[in-house]
Unconditional design. Structure first.
Length: 159
């Protein structure tokens, strides 16, 4: 009995010290959103629109489901100097288009809005080590919807 009590006590102490070590690591400084954004290449994982967009009698809310595979393999790379590069990936939708396209980007002071090429403004909904989720509000006249209706496009990318 005494051996099993000793073993249980040692295991409990080991578990407690392991938890303590994990808790101590949580004091590691958190990266900024800019550091997360520039940490690697991003690939689209989901895209949606709300309200749904009428496409000839069919209302589309899941844009990713109707994207061509040649668009799903595209990547984006944000550089620390405020530039970036879109890459068409292995499968190009249009062979005559360039493989890569350059863009510029900047955060607002609170890093909650991301502006690309000086005109496209995205609300940053989530940005961490593995996920970049942004949204953009567009008037229906600019996206094939009902003019005057505001459509929210949400895009989720991952590494």
């Amino acid at each position: 009995m005494k051996k099993s009590t000793l073993v249980i006590t040692l295991l409990a102490l080991f578990a407690i010290s392991s938890c303590s070590k994990k808790d101590d690591s949580s004091t590691t400084p958190t990266k900024t959103k800019a550091e997360y954004l520039t940490s690697g290449t991003w690939n689209i994982k989901a895209a949606s629109i709300n309200p749904g967009l009428d496409m000839g009698g069919i209302t589309i809310t899941d844009l990713y489901a109707v994207m061509q595979s040649c668009d799903k393999d595209n990547t984006r790379k944000f550089n620390t100097n405020g530039t970036g590069k879109d890459d068409e990936g292995a499968t190009k939708c249009n062979a005559s288009e360039p493989q890569t396209t350059d863009f510029t980007w900047v955060f607002d002071s609170s890093q909650t809005k991301l502006t690309e090429n000086g005109t496209d403004v995205y609300n940053v909904l989530q940005l961490d080590a593995s996920t970049c989720k942004v949204s953009m509000v567009v008037d229906g006249a600019d996206c094939g919807g009902t003019p005057g209706v505001k459509y929210t496009f949400t895009f989720t990318s991952g590494h």
